[in-house]
Design a protein around this ligand. Structure first.
Ligand SMILES: O=P(O)(O)OC[C@H]1O[C@H](OP(=O)(O)OP(=O)(O)O)[C@H](O)[C@@H]1O
Length: 307
């Protein structure tokens, strides 16, 4: 038997995962001491295999609690511990951009690998590495939200145009567009700092320019009178999306919608995008947010069933 364990801050998806897999579910109970430390209470009896399901946005305290949980489960005799973290933290800091900066991706990846036998996540932000196994020292499985996005979008649009705001987004955009033969275009992005980016849509001069060094999939498409869907993995400050929306609006589309896997939309990002005229802002439940519109739980359940 395998038991699914969940925490109150990601309870419903964890319970849905247990239901999809027809596995029992139990809560990990946390108690916060007055000094800020946390007591972790596990079920008294655990089977040989457990799956801990907790997403890792706002991760610092969650990481400590997860490590305590995994170590305590191991001490109770659990042999195989899977971490299902639909959003996997610290994957973006994958290089030292300045002298002295810690490469958090490697450090946190090793920590998780030390405590968990297997880590499963959705659309980890991997830029300078190709495979999650390069970051996580145990078994690592990176799944994608693109099938769930594709199915969801099909219910809302007939022939939309998909726009990816940067070259990294091409993989998701292509996967969503392919089953329906939808048109897509991939923009280019230059990041200046946390909140400043410049997004440029493909122009005709980009297309077919083998020597430009730019994305080969860059197709300049007219967005005029089209339903445009901006697709990305993460919306954090929302500045990437804002910049892309500004560029798309210059072409007078019928509508602009946004779909992302991981919704942070910090501060007033949703308000700003809505005031700019974005019709729909949708996200998966990998991070709990008011924009959640479709679930990645079945994607995870299918993988767990087949492994
Ligand atoms: O909402 P925002 O604050 O704009 O952040 C979200 C963007 O950041 C990430 O890419 P990033 O620019 O970090 O690119 P890279 O890590 O692939 O260089 C991500 O793929 C989004 O495009």
């Amino acid at each position: 038997m395998t038991l699914i364990l969940g925490f109150d801050d990601y309870l419903i998806p964890a319970q849905q995962l247990a239901k999809s897999l027809s596995m029992p579910f139990k809560r990990i109970v946390l108690h916060r001491f007055p000094d800020g430390e946390t007591k972790v209470l596990l079920p008294v009896t655990l089977p040989k295999q457990v799956i801990i399901c907790r997403t890792l946005n706002q991760p610092n305290e969650k990481l400590i609690e997860l490590i305590i949980t995994a170590a305590a489960a191991r001490a109770q005799g659990v042999k195989f511990i899977t971490l299902v973290a639909p959003y996997l933290c610290y994957m973006r800091q994958d290089t030292a951009f300045h002298e002295g900066e810690a490469i958090s991706q490697k450090i946190i990846g090793k920590l998780l690998g030390d405590y968990f036998d297997r880590v499963i996540t959705i659309d980890p932000h991997l830029h300078r590495i190709n495979n999650l196994s390069e970051a996580i020292s145990s078994q690592a499985i990176a799944l994608h939200a693109s099938n769930a996005m594709s199915t969801f979008l099909q219910q809302h649009f007939n022939q939309p145009v998909l726009v990816g705001p940067d070259e990294e987004s091409a993989q998701w955009v292509q996967a969503i567009a392919k089953p329906h033969n939808w048109h897509y275009t991939i923009a280019t992005k230059k990041r200046f700092d946390d909140k400043n980016v410049k997004v440029s849509l493909a122009t005709n001069s980009d297309t077919g320019d083998k020597n430009s060094g730019r994305n080969k999939n860059n197709k300049a498409l007219s967005l005029t009178n089209r339903d445009v869907i901006l697709v990305d993995d993460i919306a954090s400050t929302g500045k990437t999306l804002e910049q892309a929306v500004e560029q798309i609006q210059l072409q007078a589309p019928s509508s602009i919608s946004i779909i992302v896997t991981h919704a942070f939309f910090v501060d007033d990002a949703i308000t700003r995008l809505t005031l700019m005229g974005v019709a729909n802002i949708w996200s998966s439940d990998s991070v709990l947010h008011s924009s959640n519109a479709f679930s990645i739980v079945d994607t995870i359940a299918e993988t767990l069933q087949s492994h």
